[in-house]
Design a protein around this ligand. Structure first.
Ligand SMILES: N[C@@H](CCC(=O)N[C@@H](CS)C(=O)NCC(=O)O)C(=O)O
Length: 216
């Protein structure tokens, strides 16, 4: 049986859908709806007692796994040698490791905690993506935090960060990202531009408000 990818709408699990699309691997996408802000009961599965999203099952191996970073590494390990990860000895390996882990250990908590000073501390002209020109799983890990996360706050405007905007444009124009979003969150207006929504899902009481939906 192929990998079972559990994705809750508007959540960090979009990373896993993005990764699977970029790898072009077979997988089953199991979508869950927020209820209306937190995770629904349907995500409380064996191996996922906290009911978090993302959650991965590999039935052939008897594996059940939570945590985006762990899931990414598991899928990359299973996929074997691909351009989306780097190993010791590859050029840029240390940068890859740093940015892959910074996404969830530094960037995501900083944004969630409204600690935006860490972003504004980037020196003028800094590329903001130390892994260089190569597109890797480090990019996949980072996109959610500056896009979909903004539906929950903080009101993060990206106009002051041209390099982040340019990086976001490049990554979000990838067919793999577009396919992932179309499969995972087909109703969601993608937040890939400079502007954040005027209000948040926290203020509006969850996904029932529809502030996240495509306008047409
Ligand atoms: N560090 C975890 C965070 C997982 C997480 O908090 N996911 C959120 C969605 S973005 C969630 O499941 N929230 C629902 C809830 O806590 O009820 C990861 O990267 O997988």
């Amino acid at each position: 049986m192929v990998l079972q990818v559990h994705h809750m709408e508007l959540s960090q699990s979009e990373r896993i859908v993005f990764l699977c699309e970029e790898l072009s691997i077979p997988y089953t996408l199991i979508r869950h709806k927020r209820a209306p802000l937190f995770a629904p009961e349907s995500l409380r599965l064996p191996g996922n007692p906290l009911g978090k999203s993302p959650f991965l099952e590999d039935p052939d191996e008897g594996v059940a796994l939570a945590e985006s970073g762990a899931i990414c590494e598991y899928i990359l390990g299973k996929a074997g040698d691909t351009t989306l990860s780097k190993k010791y000895g590859d050029k840029g390996f240390a940068d890859y490791l740093y940015w892959f882990h910074y996404a969830n250990a530094g960037l995501q908590p900083a944004v969630v905690g409204s600690m935006l000073l860490s972003l504004s501390a980037l020196p003028e002209g800094d590329e903001g993506d130390g892994a260089g020109a190569d597109f890797t799983a480090a990019d996949i890990m980072s996109v959610y935090t500056v896009t979909t996360q903004r539906y929950f706050g903080p009101h993060l405007k990206l106009a002051a960060y041209p390099n982040i905007l340019r990086w976001l444009k490049d990554v979000s124009e990838r067919p793999g990202y577009r396919r992932a979003m179309e499969k995972g969150d087909p109703e969601m207006e993608l937040l890939v531009g400079a502007e954040a929504p005027a209000t948040t899902l926290i203020q509006e009481g969850g996904v029932g408000s529809g502030i996240w939906k495509k306008k047409n």
